[in-house]
Design a protein around this ligand. Sequence first.
Ligand code: ZN
Ligand code: FE
Length: 241
Amino acid sequence: MLTIELVPCLSDNYAYLLRDDASNAVGIVDPSEAPPVLKALERHGWTLTHILNTHHHFDHTGGNLPLKEATGAQIVGPKADAHRIPGIDLGVAEGDTVNFGSQTAEIFDIPAHTSGHIAFWFGDARAVFTGDTLFAMGCGRLFEGTPAQMFQAMRKLEALPPETRVYCGHEYTESNGKFALSVEPDNADLQRNMEAVRAARAKGEPTIPSTIGLERATNPFMRAKSVEQLAERRAAKDSFR
Ligand code: ZN
Ligand code: FE
């Protein structure tokens, strides 16, 4: 069993605390900052062994150095961006696997938001960590890549088993859903999902994880039929209010 706990960071980031129940492996995915992570570790009495980064942005790596200094954890991140991942020990890329206790994570290259962006897929646990590439009902901005790359990233992620839980970098779900509804107002799955999302947010609850199956049904970027359509939707989302 892989236990996964959300650790809210900064204003709308999520880091994810992982524990492999069969070993003493404890990981944190995309620590924006150290204090909330250290607090969660202390609450559980766990020792951090791994820091996993999906991409180099500061709101996903800001906790790397203080956490490494406090715990000696190993930092695993995108090989292509090793020069801008603070404290990186192991660079990984498409096809590589990362051992995490009794669990194994497969790495996918999913550049577009940043040129070295990766995803971590824990197949046995049916969980994927998608950083700022795939959001619930959305996708990341194309800061260092192209619509064609984002289109390819969506193909890789949609091929995972539909029950796979999707853990993304930010709580953007409600605003993503508003845009999605503007694109597909008659999508009944989307309408239903938005009701659940609005209810959760009204109670201050997180909307994460989503699932690959739900994204296939509701995400306008995963559902884009062509690179051109994805590009149009991404451009429209950039100025959507
Ligand atoms: Zn980012
Ligand atoms: Fe981010």
